[in-house]
Design a protein around this ligand. Sequence first.
Ligand SMILES: [Zn+2]
Length: 148
Amino acid sequence: MKNRTSEFDLAMVTRKFYCHKCGDRLARNAHTRTIKRGDPDYREHSSFGTKRVIGDIELTEYDFKCWTCNRIINPDEQYVIERMQNMLGKHILTDEEFAETEEKARAAIAKKRRTTDIVVKAVSITVALLVLFLWIITKGGTGFTFYF
Ligand SMILES: [Zn+2]
């Protein structure tokens, strides 16, 4: 039995990415490999939520390719490049611009990730408290007993 799965960030589909060397639009580049039971990364790819698959997994992963420069770019790298392109307001970056902006772009992405994490946690806590509150009021009693 073969299980097929593909893994990619939503951003790869929803945003356009450009080569920082030539400015051409980058293409998504698919790699498919088979992961067998006992392979080091089998465990990581064999569960979907609470479901676990049995048998080999055919995994498709994506990176970016510039067909003009014939270059493959890792998505995490390209997200940094995208940020640098936005900061400088252009697609083609010189080596100097690349060197000057890279650290700032990485810091900006890291900061955004931290903010997103905090928001996600805050929302989760609010929802949990709301559920607890609703549970308490629907029980309708005055003396609360908590069971853990
Ligand atoms: Zn290119």
